[in-house]
Design a protein around this ligand. Structure first.
Ligand code: HDE
Length: 704
């Protein structure tokens, strides 16, 4: 009996060893392989380096007896496991991180001494983490939510963290309000839901009592918060910062990231369905792109302006609920970011990376934005509780790549054996101890501050509606309808009628027509009164640069085309469609009722990339349906096939069909329009696939 058990378990462990690659072994041992075992594989050891003979059976008093406390192998393994999780981020818990580099293409020498912004051609390594805000670390990738856009530049002069979002403004003007905002948006504390959603009472209750949020509300109700891919979002530093030049003069700056693939979003119904089909949609998309060598890229641009120019703006640039239009201060492109390397280990890098807006380098400085000022405190504080030690900067992902050192000592998880007798400054005993460097060290901008001390919001922060109105009026008709419909959707999930009404009241200041559409969508009996506005609403010129549709690119690069096939499909049509889509730089996936593939008309077998039930059309940007008549008949009773074409149509995608495909469309009651094309006309398909069929929307959806 004993020998039989032993034999079968040994068999298992052998299999485990056999599947470990050299790469795995190197990662596990940090490059230093502990080569005790025979054969090619490193020995499995305890954390003390003792080789483990059996990793499948705990030590028992006898084969069917109690487990012994003496089993240090078991206790060490379980203890470590029990502590595998660290507290997730309070906000931005769900994120995707990637390594890459920044390359400067135009020098800002006139404005700053920071080498990263003056040494053209220099490549600076970086780590970028893009996140959702409200959900937990295991939540879906596609809720309606702001995306965090955090970049850690490992510059020659120390780490610079640009911790921004994919929206250029924020909800609140003062850091003291942040815990309330976050408590309101997170799942409600008595019930523990909804997760990763703004569509609930506490969020809208708080917002309806916070007029300064109205500009951000317009952005979060737009399609910007339901991106198609993390590779297709913009990034913004949000706050004004300062640059300081060699003469000590400072210039204000706003930072922007612009994706090479253009902006692209999903349709709300699509985002909801993607959440079910692939909760990791964005993370997988990034992983796949990098694995395939399609490295995501962004332009880095700045808006530079002086104090005098700022004085002439019709708003206060220190107010983070305001943006500076490109028409007012043009964007100057000065570099590019390329993300080209997936982390070796998700926890070690993406989970443990600790961004701090306070990490800046000489030549860059903060502005007085009160939200930024609060953030300068918050991030280090949160790392202390998340990472558990003031030595979190020693974790490889957080450590600068330039030399660094000071006289701080000891603390939890100290990794360095700091040598020498001297741990203080000034000292006369050590020639090697680090000293301050007055000339090259960090200097703050020498600005004069005067005024009355107090908890006073500046008058210049009082206008809460003008830019919200400007944003709404700048959108295309499709985008305005999406904003109105998103508001109706969200407020329909709010149980308290007075909260719905209060929100519609605010919308009246933004645009009466919008308020009317939302009131109608909510079936309000009468139009609520607008609250008193703290400042008159200004009529600002609309700006096309605020649109999303206007910033989409006519391209299939980075997009995915799904081809639905079944037994009997015509291989040559599939081949032509595939070639045309790939020539246009799309990725093509074959979907079939069985993952092993389908037997084509010529008798050959075409393997599938996914099974129909698990690869719905929401995962693609355009689809082709290539079926024999028999294939169409078989699929006519398969709801996954019907949904495949109905959803593709409903989500405004191009659909290429042959004869069998046309039959399936008929069964699904899908009409033909300009976006439904003959599969043999590959040019027409590629052209239609490069965009959404916006004109179709009125046929498939009643928008507010
Ligand atoms: Fe954050 N924010 N935040 N935030 N934030 C955090 O830091 C905070 C704000 C942003 O991928 C936390 O390490 C305060 C604006 C990103 O790891 C925490 C205030 C913007 C990330 C925190 C703000 C951001 C965070 C949670 C108001 C855009 C994720 C865990 C004063 C400009 C970074 C952590 C990553 C994360 C505090 C407002 C962006 C709690 C107090 C405005 C992208 O420290």
């Amino acid at each position: 009996m004993m020998s039989k058990d032993k034999k079968s378990n040994l068999g298992k462990s052998k299999h485990g060893k056999g599947s470990a690659s050299k790469g795995d072994a190197e990662v596990a041992a940090g490059g230093e392989l502990h080569q005790i075992a025979g054969g090619d594989h490193p020995a499995l050891t305890t954390n003390q380096g003792v080789a483990i003979s059996d990793n499948q059976n705990s030590l028992r008093a006898h084969p069917r007896g109690p487990t012994l406390l003496e089993d240090f192998v078991l206790r060490e393994k379980i203890t470590h496991f029990d502590h595998e999780r660290i507290p997730e981020r309070i906000v931005h818990a769900r994120g995707t991180g990637v390594h890459g580099f920044f390359e400067l293409t135009a020098s800002l020498e006139q404005y700053t001494t920071a080498k990263i912004l003056t040494e053209v051609g220099e490549k600076t390594p970086l780590f970028t983490r893009i996140s959702t805000v409200a959900g937990g670390s295991g939540s879906i990738d596609t809720p309606r939510d702001v995306r965090g856009f955090a970049v850690k530049f490992y510059t020659k002069e120390g780490n610079w963290d640009l911790v921004g979002n994919n929206i250029p403004v924020f909800f609140i003007q003062d850091a003291i309000k942040f815990p309330d905002l976050v408590h309101a948006v997170k799942m409600e504390p008595d019930r523990g839901f909804p997760q990763a959603a703004t569509a609930h009472d506490t969020f809208w209750d708080y917002i309806s009592l916070t007029p300064e949020s109205m500009h951000m509300v317009m952005w979060i109700m737009s399609d910007r918060t339901i991106p198609r891919s993390l590779r297709m979002i913009e990034g913004f530093g949000v706050h004004s910062f300062r640059l300081i030049n060699a003469a000590g003069e400072s210039t204000f700056v706003k930072f922007h990231w612009r994706p090479k693939l253009g902006l692209q979003s999903t349709i709300w119904d699509e985002a909801v369905k993607i959440a079910g089909a692939d909760p990791d949609f964005h993370r997988r998309d990034m992983f796949d792109a990098i694995a395939a060598g399609g490295f995501p890229e962004w332009e880095f641009a700045v808006q530079l302006f002086t104090q005098e120019e700022a004085n002439s703006f019709p708003f206060d640039h220190l107010d983070p609920t305001k943006l500076i239009l490109e028409e007012l201060v043009p964007l100057k492109v000065i570099g590019r970011m390329v993300l080209d390397r997936w982390p070796r280990n998700f926890f070690a890098e993406t989970e443990q990376v600790a961004y701090c807006p306070g990490n800046i380098v000489p030549g860059i400085d903060f502005s007085n934005d009160p939200l930024l000022q609060g953030r300068l405190f918050s991030y280090i504080d949160t790392q202390l509780s998340r990472l558990g030690s003031p030595n979190f900067h020693q974790i490889p992902i957080n450590a600068p790549k330039c030399p660094f050192g000071n006289l701080q000592r000891d603390g939890h998880m100290q990794m360095a054996a700091q040598e020498g007798r001297v741990a203080y400054e000034p000292n006369s005993l050590s020639q090697n101890a680090p000293r301050e460097t007055p000339a090259k060290g960090f200097h703050s901008a020498a600005v004069t501050e005067t005024g009355v001390k107090g908890r006073i919001r500046a008058e210049s922060f009082a206008d809460h509606y003008s830019q919200a109105r400007q944003f709404y009026l700048s959108q295309t008709a499709h985008e305005q309808a999406h904003i109105a419909s998103a508001l109706v959707f969200e407020l329909s999930k709010v149980e308290h009628v007075h909260v719905r009404e209060a929100m519609v009241g605010h919308l009246r200041h933004i645009e009466e027509d919008l308020a009317g559409r939302v009131a109608k969508g909510l079936a309000l009996e009468k139009m609520p009164d607008a609250p008193e506005a703290a400042a008159p609403v200004q009529e600002l010129e609309p700006s096309p640069a605020l649109q999303l549709i206007g910033k989409m690119k006519d391209t299939l690069e980075g997009r995915v085309v799904g081809v639905l096939i079944a037994d009997g499909s015509d291989g040559s049509v599939i081949k032509n469609i595939k070639k045309a889509a790939m020539d246009a730089k799309a990725v093509v996936k074959i979907v079939a009722p069985k993952v092993g593939g389908a037997k084509l008309a010529d008798g050959s077998m075409l393997p599938a990339d996914g099974q129909l039930a698990g690869m719905p059309s929401v995962l693609f940007d355009a689809v082709a349906v290539i079926l024999s008549e028999d294939g169409a008949k078989t699929l006519s009773v398969e709801s996954a096939a019907i949904d495949f074409v109905r959803d593709a149509f409903g989500h405004l995608k191009a659909i290429a069909v042959d004869k069998g495909g046309t039959e399936l469309l008929k069964t699904a009651n899908v009409e033909h329009d300009a976006g439904v094309v003959d599969a043999n006309d590959t040019d027409a398909f590629v052209a239609a696939a490069k965009t959404r069929q916006w004109d179709r929307e009125k046929l498939v959806r009643i928008l507010a």
